[in-house]
Each structure stands twice: as C-alpha cells, then as structure tokens.
Design a protein around this ligand. Structure first.
Ligand SMILES: [Zn+2]
Length: 212
C-alpha cells in the first residue's frame, strides 16, 4: 500500500499486533506511514481509514520532512555542508563542502569543537546574566530527548552535543534556560520572566527547536 502526496509515493506499513485494540496512524522518521492495528483489522478498513485521514497524514508527512531535512547531512553551527569523503585522515571546509577522511571520527571532532565553543558561550552568557548565580560546571553529552539539564544542587549544566550542529542562538537559549534554573528550579512564570530578561526573543528559538 502506498500514499501519494506532492507527486511522491510514501510506503504504508501495516503493523498488526495481537491484543491491539485501537488503530493508530503515524508517520515515522523514515517517512513511512505506519498503521498499528489489531490482527483482525481488514485491509478495506485500513484503506478507508487512510482515505478519511488523508489531510491529517499529509500534515504529519510535512512535519517529518522538515525534521528529516534538518537531521540528515553534515551540520555544523547551523550550516549544512555537502559531505565529501577523502582518503586522508583529516577534515577541511571549503565553501559549502566539507572534506572528511574515511577513517576520520566525526563524533570525536564534534565533541572537541563543542568543548571549546560551549564553554565560550557559557562564559559569555554567564558574564551578562542578570542575576547572581554560582558558576556552573559544564558537561557535554549526547542526549536523545533533551537539549540541556541542570542539576540545581551540584550546579552542573549538561548540554546536548547535538547543539554543535545548530546555530549558536539555540545554544545560547539552552544555556540561559539552564542557568535560569539555578534561580528557579521549576518552569514557573518567574522562571520564564528571567529567561526573557536575558533573551527577549527566546520564544522564537524555543519554537524553532521543535523542528530539529
Ligand atoms: Zn527547564
């Protein structure tokens, strides 16, 4: 089964599960339309369901297409590069191209850049922060569901390594967000006011980050 949208065919995967009572339609990261349903659901029922929900499914495809574009390819500080493999063991940039050796460890390189740049931005934002807070200890980790974490007790701020791929503004937003937690542990109005004092247009960045 396939679904056609914008002159493109999207595969429909039907996942029949024992004991599954309801039927769900999702568009996954790989842009496959997945229908989760019970074993006894007929193909006719599924076909009708897809027809009835066509507009909604197309919206889900649009959303995942944006995410897909934002996550596939070589990104560094908000810029996308065309990745070209070479035989030497280094990395070099030329215009919109990045030349990367076949044995070059890109993740380690990202980590090295992040250590330098995240600390620079932490210092920059710390010096300008409107409230007096303890100087945070910085940790960098790959995380799947969060951009940053703040341990209010130990003053450790953990930043997601993935931020190195995005524009500096998003990194600044996450740093300011986590530093604000050193004053307000929750997401109260007072917390958001403090974030806004330090980054008046933070809402724009917060919204845009949902597309990553
Ligand atoms: Zn928070």
């Amino acid at each position: 089964m396939q679904l056609t949208y914008n002159d493109r065919d999207y595969d429909i995967v039907i996942d029949k599960k024992r004991g599954q009572k309801n039927t769900y339609i999702r568009v996954k990261k790989d842009l496959k339309v997945t229908v989760t349903t019970g074993i006894l659901t007929s193909d006719r029922f599924i076909e009708k369901l897809i027809r009835d929900n066509y507009d909604r499914i197309c919206k889900m495809i649009d959303f995942q297409e944006v995410k897909y574009k934002n996550n596939n390819g070589f990104f560094y500080l908000g810029k996308q590069y065309v990745l070209i493999h070479t035989n030497n063991e280094s990395i070099s940039f030329q215009g919109d191209k990045v030349y990367v050796g076949n044995d070059f460890n890109i993740d380690n390189w990202y980590k090295k850049q992040a250590k330098k740049i995240f600390l620079e931005r932490l210092d920059y934002n710390y010096d300008r922060f409107t409230r007096k807070i303890p100087y945070p200890k910085l940790r960098i980790r790959k995380m799947t569901s969060r951009w940053g974490v703040c341990n209010v007790r130990t003053h450790v701020i953990t930043l997601n390594l993935e931020l190195i791929k995005r524009d500096i503004s998003y990194l600044d937003y996450v740093i300011i967000h986590e530093m604000s937690h050193l004053i307000h542990g929750d997401h109260s109005t007072a917390f958001w006011k403090l974030v806004e004092d330090n980054m008046p247009n933070y809402k724009k960045y917060r919204e845009e980050m949902k597309e990553f």
